[in-house]
Design a protein around this ligand. Structure first.
Ligand code: FA5
Length: 342
């Protein structure tokens, strides 16, 4: 005898009540964000959620009962939203706008990749530090030079092969009669320092130099040199060798042997090639010698009162020796897999 189906309004209200109770049960037993999300889709899903289905059934409610049905529907919808919200905040987790500002401070942060100094820059700084410990002040000179500092003051006469414009990087400037050029050696800085200061001097200068050399394993058209200059009364070749040996031992580590071979540079007399032996191999590192008295006189010093030594080493060469690099071109390929090793 019971009226199981009841009126459309009764059926509608019964379905709302079931939905509210099912939602309460599902959310009370939800133990993680996934379960809450699954309940949200089942009950409040925009397309096929149960609330949506009940809302569609509103159309079948007689007009007189519609306001009551609508109010109940809205109450149920609000109740389901409240249940979802309290389940989300109980679990303290993600999903929902409320939890977006929850930050887990125990998670590791995102690593920010940091670069590091190029191996040649590292080498330059190490050389400056070691030479600084030996009392040599670090000074800079211009890379664009005039011919006086690059050649003439260094006793490289106009007919000297190194003066041939084809052999050097000249700049097209207004100074057609005396064009500027990219310096081909850091010995220019010796002259600039001696012109502006009085002895005693102990300086070291590191920087880029340019030559029209074909790139190979030991040559590059742009490379770096370290120039050393010491001018003091009583300076001898023995001091030169001691400084180079001390430098090389600190730079390479261990006991490094230094060998001089007779050579020629227009601005030193006598002149030598400097070889260093490390790990059983002799390698040429640069040139050196006693500053020629003619050079001392050209900068206004009295060659009878002071003597000095100078040396110039290739930075890429000493860096390659230290790091075991077989080809100095690798320093300039910008291959980060290579550069990351330093
Ligand atoms: C000179 O440049 C002299 N100014 C050195 C000097 C200074 C002598 C002070 C006396 C007194 P040299 O041309 O040999 O010398 O070059 C010196 C070093 O620079 C070489 O031994 C080598 O280590 C390096 N070097 C020369 N050319 C290149 C190149 N194209 N690429 C890389 N390194 C080079």
């Amino acid at each position: 005898m019971s009226n199981v189906a009841g009126s459309p309004l009764d059926t509608f209200l019964a379905e709302l009540e079931r939905l509210r109770s099912d939602a309460a049960t599902a959310l009370a037993s939800a133990t993680d964000d996934d379960a809450v999300e699954a309940a949200r889709i089942e009950f409040a899903g925009a397309r096929s959620g149960r609330l949506k289905a009940v809302q569609k059934a509103l159309g079948g409610i007689p007009a007189a009962d519609k306001p009551a049905a609508g109010r109940s529907f809205n109450d149920t919808k609000a109740a389901v939203a409240a249940l979802l919200e309290s389940a989300q905040s109980r679990l303290g987790g993600g999903g929902g706008a409320e939890s977006a500002d929850t930050i887990d401070v125990t998670l590791p942060g995102d690593a920010i990749p940091l670069g590091h100094l190029h191996p040649i820059t590292q080498t330059i700084r190490q050389v400056q530090e070691i030479m600084g410990q030996l009392g040599f002040e670090s000074v800079d000179g211009p890379e664009v030079e005039d011919q006086w500092h690059n050649f003439e003051a260094l006793a490289i006469s106009p007919e000297h092969p190194a003066r041939d414009p084809l052999d050097n990087f000249y700049l097209a400037t207004a100074r057609a009669a005396d064009p500027l050029l990219l310096r081909s050696q850091t010995s220019t800085v010796q002259i600039r320092v001696m012109e502006s200061r009085e002895p005693p001097l102990r300086i070291v200068s590191l920087g880029r130099v340019y030559r029209p050399d074909t790139a190979d394993a030991t040559h590059y058209p742009m490379f770096h040199q370290v120039e050393g200059l010491l001018v003091e009364p009583g300076t001898t070749m023995a001091h030169l060798k001691s400084v180079l040996r001390l430098f090389a031992s600190r730079f390479l580590g261990g006991d490094v042997h230094v060998r001089f071979r007779p050579s020629f540079f227009p601005f030193t007399e006598p002149s030598v090639e400097v070889d260093m032996e490390w790990g059983g191999r002799w390698v040429e590192m640069g040139g050196a010698g006693m500053v020629d008295p003619a050079v001392l006189a050209a900068v206004g010093y009295d060659p009878d009162a002071v003597t000095g030594f100078a040396f110039g080493l290739g930075v890429e060469r000493i860096a390659a020796r230290r790091y075991g690099v077989d080809d100095i071109r690798d320093f300039y390929k910008n291959d980060v897999r290579f550069l990351r090793q330093f």
